[in-house]
Design a protein around this ligand. Structure first.
Ligand SMILES: Cc1cc2nc3c(=O)[nH]c(=O)nc-3n(C[C@H](O)[C@H](O)[C@H](O)COP(=O)(O)OP(=O)(O)OC[C@H]3O[C@@H](n4cnc5c(N)ncnc54)[C@H](O)[C@@H]3O)c2cc1C
Length: 381
């Protein structure tokens, strides 16, 4: 990739060999974005199959613009629930503190997916675009031979340290449980149930399924990853004594997985030579703003676009320059949410009052605070 782009309009990826390490949400989006620009793309996935955990995922307009530009509009229709509103809830009284109408957001409607459905539609589109997916293929010591190698190998990335990142993750004293229950006919609303030192987020999925993510501050360490099953009784005990509206939902949980939440610094360096990292490999994102996958989709688009328009060293440097400040801002906003959800005592009362007032007097202005996040369109060029 040494020549310059044709009038800056792109085309450098055409016929180039791109290898993506990791077939998660970010890796498949990157594979599809490169294939749409004419690259020959192979995804190397360590697992014996492409699969996602049984849980929900919220995709906001900024991420949906990428999926839409990748040609997934029709596929997304039947595979997701269009969200109407988000309701911050007082988890003690069980009453909404306020309600924000998500249909006021500009751009594509906010959606709730089951992760398996989202990964399924990305995989199908990638294969239809000519992407080869090789399973049981772990990328590690030896980098694949390609014009561009994309490290989309997730939170425990092996490629991230290869380009000089030596940051150490730190347990942040909180764990998350996730579960899916049956709840046909539930309102298409995301509820954030706030209680001192704890919160839960609930929303409906397609086919009567209903997603629960519950976070509790605690000092007892837990491993980072969804492969750890837990006793649903531990989840119920953590939220005992709160409103019956919430504890009733938790009472339905039969299977639950536990994830220890760690703070990882954003990678200092996102590229070296012909290798670039994206998604959780570059910036593991705590789940307090529902943005990890959304940011990975944005990364995928920008990386493919830069690589199509510029020769490699500049392309990857531009990619990092465009992405890092935005990702850092989103991660800071997610961290602030955790603090606000878990408040105690008089501060909690005052914060809920302020939220209620904002929701009544200026709901547009309140959601407008997130215009920089949801209104961003990486596909606009
Ligand atoms: C509780 C919780 C709730 C969340 N909710 C949301 C939400 O609502 N909205 C949102 O946008 N984000 C959410 N996120 C974040 C989101 O899940 C992640 O940011 C996103 O899945 C990252 O995608 P990725 O492709 O970068 O990594 P992953 O999805 O982790 O994919 C990495 C892939 O690489 C493979 N792999 C690993 N190592 C290798 C290797 N050496 N060689 C080859 N393959 C390899 C893995 O098997 C995996 O398939 C949430 C996270 C948590 C913990």
């Amino acid at each position: 990739m040494s020549e310059t782009a044709d009038n800056g309009r792109g085309g450098l990826l055409r016929g180039r060999r791109v290898v993506v390490a990791g077939g998660g949400l970010g890796g498949l989006a990157a594979a599809l974005a490169c294939a749409r620009r004419g690259a020959e793309v192979e995804v190397l996935e360590r697992a014996p199959e492409i699969a996602e955990v049984g849980a929900g995922i919220q995709v906001s307009p900024n991420g949906l613009r990428v999926l839409s530009a990748l040609g997934l509009d029709a596929a997304m229709q039947g595979a997701s629930v269009v969200a109407q509103a988000v309701e911050p809830m007082d988890a003690i009284s069980g009453r909404p503190v306020t309600r924000f109408d998500l249909t006021r957001l500009e751009g594509p409607p906010y959606r709730f997916f089951h992760r398996a459905d989202l990964i399924g539609l990305l995989l199908e589109a990638a294969r239809a675009a000519g992407v080869t997916v090789t399973l049981g293929a772990e990328v590690g010591e030896v980098l694949p031979d390609a014009d561009l190698v994309i490290g989309a190998d997730g939170i425990h990335s092996r490629l991230r340290p290869r380009i000089g990142n030596v940051e150490v993750a730190e347990f942040m004293g909180a764990v998350a449980w996730r579960a899916v229950i049956e709840r046909p006919g539930a309102e298409p609303v995301a509820r954030v149930w706030m209680a001192p030192g704890r919160h839960a987020v609930t929303y409906p999925l397609t086919d009567g399924r209903f997603n629960i993510v519950a976070v509790q501050e605690r000092s007892q360490w837990a491993a980072e990853g969804w492969q750890h099953a837990d006793d649903p009784g531990h989840l119920r005990a953590a939220f005992a004594g709160l409103s019956g509206r919430l504890t009733g939902l938790l009472g339905q949980v039969e299977q639950v997985a536990l994830w220890g939440l760690f703070r990882h610094p954003v990678a200092t360096t996102w590229h070296a030579g012909n290798l670039a990292i994206l998604g959780d490999a570059a910036h593991p994102t705590l789940p307090f703003l529902a943005q990890g996958a959304n940011l990975a989709f944005e990364d995928a688009w920008v990386l493919a676009d830069c690589s199509d328009r510029m020769a490699l060293p500049e392309a990857l440097a531009s990619y990092q320059r465009m992405r890092r400040p935005r990702v850092e801002r989103a991660i800071a906003a997610a961290n602030a949410n955790k603090r606000n959800y878990h408040l105690r005592g008089p501060v909690r009362v005052a914060a809920h009052l302020a939220l209620k007032t904002a929701g009544r007097l200026a709901p547009g202005a309140y959601l407008g605070r997130l215009d920089w996040l949801y209104g961003h369109d990486v596909t606009a060029g």
